[in-house]
Unconditional design. Structure first.
Ligand SMILES: Nc1ncnc2c1ncn2[C@@H]1O[C@H](COP(=O)(O)OP(=O)(O)OP(=O)(O)O)[C@@H](O)[C@H]1O
Ligand SMILES: O=P(O)(O)OC[C@H]1O[C@H](OP(=O)(O)OP(=O)(O)O)[C@H](O)[C@@H]1O
Ligand SMILES: [Mg+2]
Length: 400
């Protein structure tokens, strides 16, 4: 668990028109950490002999030929990202675990950079990265609805979680079961607003405004948020939920309509890079094809079985009568030739069929019931379709 960032009022939602010391009602005009308002509240720096700039590093967009992919350097997404790429034959080669750079030998013109998830989004926006794998929550929070970033694959099938508001189960919230109930509570006033702590200032503020909450003070922290209400430091939280265990263990509950956003890992790209940097579009195409084909394949298994029969058609009739087996286009049935009394004969047919993983056992039982034997089951690496709709959508979104 990471520690809380201090101070929690970093993006307190005070109105622009009033100084922060006055009573405030949320107007949802957030000042993020490095905002002028926050800086204006710190004492002015003393003049020193050396001028030190604290501006963010500035990139020179056009300065490189190599394409850059940002991957999470830490946290729960890091390992799963590498393992997904490995399953797509795109193993990442990192010479030293402390190095932030690596490569994927199969794609020569690609550099991998390990970064914190939010920095992946920021660097995609600044042009220092071209592609990245990061949770949709982070994309939505840090890209803030502008269209510099393009989500190339929105469902990489790991890092599933939701961003949700939660309140204590007991006390004033005991009978609060929906966002409407929360918005109607008389307890929250200009003088005593509902204090909501979150690491998602942009999404949190937008959501609370959409839900019609009037008197809200948004507080910023980025770890162990579930401890804030029991410690009396906040009334509610907006945080990620996966199994729900952390909420439950801290006596918090989600309420109806409290989900801000559903999230999982995504492949994102910089729109500008897709348009302008040589090689980005081709690499994106290859990554997308491999990821889609692999994810599709990972839900299926290839089943091979021997079937006794008089003809391929007769075997096909029996197989197609089964409910669990239909294959991608239908089963492939081919004769198995063997020598019988010096003559080549066909007694068996080999059946090849792709079966959904969850129907495997049922298919085996059904195959046996129609005379199937010697059943082999193989994992599939890829199922490539003719063209991925995501690629078509990407091109049309780019106007290509
Ligand atoms: N409980 C969870 N279950 C599944 N996925 C999660 C969960 N919490 C977060 N995620 C996803 O994983 C991403 C990274 O979360 P993680 O907790 O590893 O990093 P972090 O919160 O930024 O860092 P840290 O927890 O080390 O402060 C999140 O942005 C989200 O997409
Ligand atoms: O619903 P659950 O499965 O219990 O998961 C939810 C918790 O997971 C994340 O915390 P994390 O472990 O990343 O710690 P953090 O608060 O320090 O980020 C998230 O911020 C929640 O606290
Ligand atoms: Mg975390």
């Amino acid at each position: 668990m990471s520690s809380m960032s201090a101070p929690p009022l970093e993006f307190a939602a005070f109105p622009v028109s009033q100084p922060p010391s006055q009573p405030y009602t949320i107007r949802l005009c957030l000042r993020l950490r490095s905002s002028p308002v926050v800086r204006a509240r710190s004492p002015a720096p003393r003049a020193t002999a050396t001028a030190v700039s604290t501006r963010p590093a500035v990139s020179l967009y056009g300065d490189r030929d190599v394409v850059r992919l940002g991957l999470p350097s830490k946290g729960r997404m890091a390992e799963q990202t590498l393992s997904l790429l490995k399953s797509c034959q795109l193993a990442v080669r990192q010479l030293n675990p402390r190095q932030y750079t690596a490569d994927i030998p199969l794609i020569p013109n690609l550099e991998v950079w390990f970064q914190r998830p939010k920095d992946i989004v920021r660097k995609l926006q600044s042009g220092d990265l071209d592609l990245g794998i990061v949770g949709f929550d982070i994309v939505s929070e840090y890209a803030q609805d502008n269209d510099d970033l393009v989500v190339v694959h929105d469902a990489l099938d790991f890092g599933h979680c939701r961003l949700s508001l939660a309140v204590p189960k007991q006390g004033v919230f005991e009978n609060v079961n929906s966002m409407e109930d929360l918005a109607k509570m008389p307890e929250w006033t200009e003088e005593r607003p509902l204090r909501v702590v979150t690491g998602f200032g942009y999404l949190g503020a937008k959501f609370l405004k959409e839900k019609g909450l009037k008197h809200v003070l948004l507080l910023s922290a980025d770890g162990a948020l579930e401890s804030f209400p029991p410690m009396g430091m906040a009334d509610a939280i907006v945080d990620l939920v996966s199994s729900g265990t952390t909420l439950r263990e801290n006596n918090l509950k989600e309420i109806e309509g409290s989900v801000v956003l559903e999230s999982q890992a995504t492949l994102v790209a910089s729109r500008k890079s897709l348009h302008k940097r040589k090689g980005v579009l081709d690499i994106t195409h290859e990554l997308l094809e491999r990821l889609e084909a692999h994810l599709r394949a990972s839900a299926e298994l290839m089943v091979t079985a021997n079937m006794r029969g008089n003809s391929a058609e007769e075997v096909a009739e029996r197989v197609l009568s089964l409910t669990s087996i239909c294959g991608l286009q239908g089963p492939t049935i081919s004769p198995v030739y063997c020598r019988h009394n010096d003559k080549v004969a066909v007694e068996y047919y080999a059946l090849n069929v792709v079966v959904p993983q969850k129907l495997l056992y049922k298919s085996i039982q059904e195959l046996r019931s129609i005379g199937g034997s010697g059943v082999l089951v193989t994992k599939l690496t890829y199922i490539f379709d003719e063209e991925t709709p995501r690629w078509r959508n990407l091109l049309s979104g780019l106007g290509l």
